[in-house]
Each structure stands twice: as structure tokens, then as C-alpha cells.
Design a protein around this ligand. Sequence first.
Ligand code: FES
Length: 130
Amino acid sequence: MAIKSLDELRKIREASAKKVNLRETGNSSEDIIEVLIGMATCGIAAGARETLNTFIDEIDKKDIKNIRVIQVGCMGYCHSEPTVQVNIPGNSPVLYGNVDEKMAIDIIEKHILNNELLDENILIKTFEKA
Ligand code: FES
């Protein structure tokens, strides 16, 4: 893609900064929702990159502010990759398996925005927060 103007370059820079912010890792804060995406080799082979990009794009589209998408390593569930853990402050963490792009959208719309669990894809929901 050829960049034709300084203004165009600025827009691209702002859009990238927003995406990097969403993926930022770091300490969790009390009022921030965390979405942990398992990015071990098995996860990537099963489509975790597409899952990660879907989360980032949808969060951006829906302009959800108090959320952080974090890439993590092995979560120990090779058989159910891509895996995604959702940490909502005040609730037990929930680990989902087989999270494809469609399910990533469902997790945002149902679990994150409406506090509705997607029972069929839950691997665990009773462990301590990672
Ligand atoms: S190597 Fe696949 S979950 Fe650990």
C-alpha cells in the first residue's frame, strides 16, 4: 500500500497505536477486563492469530475501553486450541476452548458485554486468576 500524504500516514499511525494499546501486556488493574489468548505453537497452528485479531478488531469496532487483550503462552489445553481466558473483575476467570473467529465475537457480545457465559465451550471456570 502506497502512502500518499502526511495526513494518511498520521491516520495509519493513530490506528496502529490504538491496536498496540489493546494488546499491551502488564499488571492487571482492578477495573480492567482481561482477555488472555493462548499463543503457544499449538494455539497458533489452530488459528489463535485469527482469534486474537478478531478480538482486537471487534473491541475496536465496539469501542470498548476498559479491556486489555493479552497474548500468553501455553495454557495446557492443546486439544482445545485456540484457548481464551476471560477475566472480568469481581467474577471467576473463565477459560474457553476452540475459540474461532465467530466464537470470539460471541464472547464479546454475550460474556463481556452481557455477562452471559457460553457454557458449551467452557473448559474451566473455577481456578484462580492467571
Ligand atoms: S503446548 Fe499446547 S497447550 Fe501447551
